[in-house]
Design a binder for this molecule. Structure first.
Ligand code: ATP
Length: 369
């Protein structure tokens, strides 16, 4: 099983590059001036809400669509004029679309209709290799509908991988499966990707899935790129309010800066800004390079797991509205003067409570003059 440390480094060669790519359909830019570079061997995920342009971006890379403007290159070569079948990509769609009248083995072999098996092996041998890779050895003679949804999706992956593509494109491959199965299958997909070291571009609207599976994540919104970073950075240091709220639970606060100084440093020594949020003064760590002055409007976020119940310092008082027991933790919804605040706690709470945070655990997402 791969781990985060296996991710290709910044100096890895670029496998796929989008340079100012726009795709316009009547009246809308489905993809709007997107530039990004995907590294060789990288597990790269496009994530965002419905309609943000993920699938269109993937279809442009596959060659099923042509950009209205901008360029796409593979290994530094412009692929504008190259049809999908010559791009050496393997594609897996959400509805795995196996042929029901063919056996599992014949479905995998279908992936070899335009290409000989790599490595000079026979087609039968290649089918055996691929079925073993996706942990379905011995199923070649079965009918697809005798397999579970997760197994069928792995057959679809084996079919896409059969000709030995340079790039694997996966469009919401698990959306038809139940949550439990998705969690298992994503571990398998990642393991297969790592064992082949194949550049993989994955589309999902599920931010948790994106964090779990990816080397880097591109968060999309309205056709554009909102942030492109490793999962931990996207989670801990969201680049905008949109990312802060889209990825995981978060509490976003906005208020006026009343001062920035070292009189109340964060636990990690950074200077803090005092921010007046609805009459309450809260202290927030401010990074080097971020300009914030009294009077500026500052927006910051604090994750529910960083709000400490009972902490009176750098705190606000809010009223418990409801609680969801989630097993290892309870997610509590608080009302703070009309704003919903989320906290996580192992123990039940009720009534009016103080919740506070260390300024270092707050993350500034915007400063407006
Ligand atoms: P979802 O998660 O719902 O699949 P998405 O992020 O993949 O969404 P796209 O399918 O790329 O989004 O669509 C982006 C935008 O482009 C949407 O507004 C969609 O309606 C529009 N769009 C996509 N394909 C076409 C098309 N063939 N003709 C016209 N508009 C299209």
């Amino acid at each position: 099983m791969g781990s985060e440390t296996d991710a290709p480094g910044e100096d890895a060669p670029i496998a796929v590059e989008l340079d100012g790519v726009t795709k316009r359909y009547a009246g809308t830019n489905a993809v709007d001036d997107v530039s990004l570079r995907i590294r060789e061997g990288e597990f790269f995920t496009l994530v965002g809400p419905s309609g943000c342009g993920k699938t269109t971006t993937l279809r442009l890379i596959a060659g099923f669509e042509r950009p209205t403007s901008g360029a796409i290159s593979f290994d530094g070569e412009d692929v504008s004029g190259v049809p999908p079948e010559d791009r050496n990509v393997g594609v897996v769609f959400q509805n795995y679309a196996l042929f029901p009248h063919m056996t599992v083995g014949e479905n995998v072999a279908y992936g070899l209709q335009f290409a000989d098996p790599p490595g000079g092996v026979s087609r039968a041998e290649r089918v055996r290799e691929l079925l073993a890779l996706v942990d379905l050895a011995g199923t070649a003679d079965r009918a697809p509908d005798s397999l579970s949804g997760g197994q069928q999706q792995r057959v679809a992956m084996a079919r896409a991988l059969a000709p030995g593509p340079d790039v694997l494109l996966l469009d919401e491959p698990m959306s038809a499966l139940d949550a439990r199965l998705r969690e298992r299958l994503r571990v398998q997909i990642k393991a297969i990707q790592r064992s082949l070291d194949i550049t993989t571009i994955y589309v999902t609207h599920d931010q948790e899935e994106a964090l779990a599976i990816s080397d880097r994540v591109a968060v999309m919104r309205d056709g554009g790129l909102e942030q492109l970073a490793p999962p931990r950075t996207v989670y801990r240091r969201p680049a905008s309010r949109f990312v802060a709220e889209f990825v995981g639970d978060n509490n976003v606060f906005a208020g006026r800066v009343t001062g920035v100084d070292g009189s109340y440093p964060a636990a990690d020594g950074r200077r803090t800004a005092a921010v007046d949020v609805g009459g309450e003064t809260l202290r927030v760590a401010v990074d080097e390079g971020i300009e914030a002055s009294p009077g500026d409007r500052l927006t910051f976020c604090v994750r529910p797991e960083h709000l400490r119940i009972g902490r009176e310092e750098n705190a606000l008082r809010a009223t418990v509205e409801s609680a969801e027991f989630l097993g290892e933790t309870t997610r509590v919804h608080l009302d703070w003067d009309g704003q919903e605040i989320l906290v996580r706690t192992p123990d039940p709470v009720s009534g009016e409570i103080a919740v506070g945070f260390d300024p270092a655990d707050a993350h500034v997402v915007a400063v407006d003059r």
